[in-house]
Write a protein that binds this ligand. Structure first.
Ligand SMILES: [Zn+2]
Length: 130
């Protein structure tokens, strides 16, 4: 999954996106690769921000999604060891996007506004997808 995520230049990839019904996802944010198994999100901040998201499972559509800025994630890592990480910024966003996948939800259900590739380019969006 890490190789698939990197090949696709994704920031994250959840098991359901590759046809596995497992509660597992990988993330690749700021040059660090994470594996989260049985993720649980805790302590979502009241502070929220809006950011444009894309998805490897939803080609050519991007959308602005409002999400809490910070959270704590509890999970097991690739070695089955419990991890607990306080995340903010891009990592917090990727985690929420991927946990949505694990729970069967997509960002397009949550987005306030959706863009196609054409108007996304005009808006100067990045090409990273999750
Ligand atoms: Zn996605």
């Amino acid at each position: 999954m890490i190789a698939t995520m990197k090949d696709a230049k994704g920031l994250g990839l959840a098991a359901p996106q590759v046809g596995k019904s497992l509660r597992l996802f990988t993330a690749d944010v700021e040059d660090k690769v994470y594996v989260f198994i049985n993720p649980e999100i805790k302590d979502l901040s009241k502070d929220k921000s809006s950011f444009e998201e894309g998805c490897l499972s939803v080609q050519k559509i991007w959308g602005s999604v409002i999400r809490p800025k910070k959270l704590t994630i509890k999970a097991l890592d690739e070695n089955g060891k419990p991890v607990k990480i306080r995340a903010k910024g891009l990592l917090a966003r990727v985690i929420q996007h991927e946990v949505d996948h694990v729970n069967g939800a997509l960002f397009i259900d949550k987005a306030e506004e959706l863009f196609t590739a054409e108007n996304a380019e005009n808006a100067g969006n990045n090409e990273k997808r999750k």
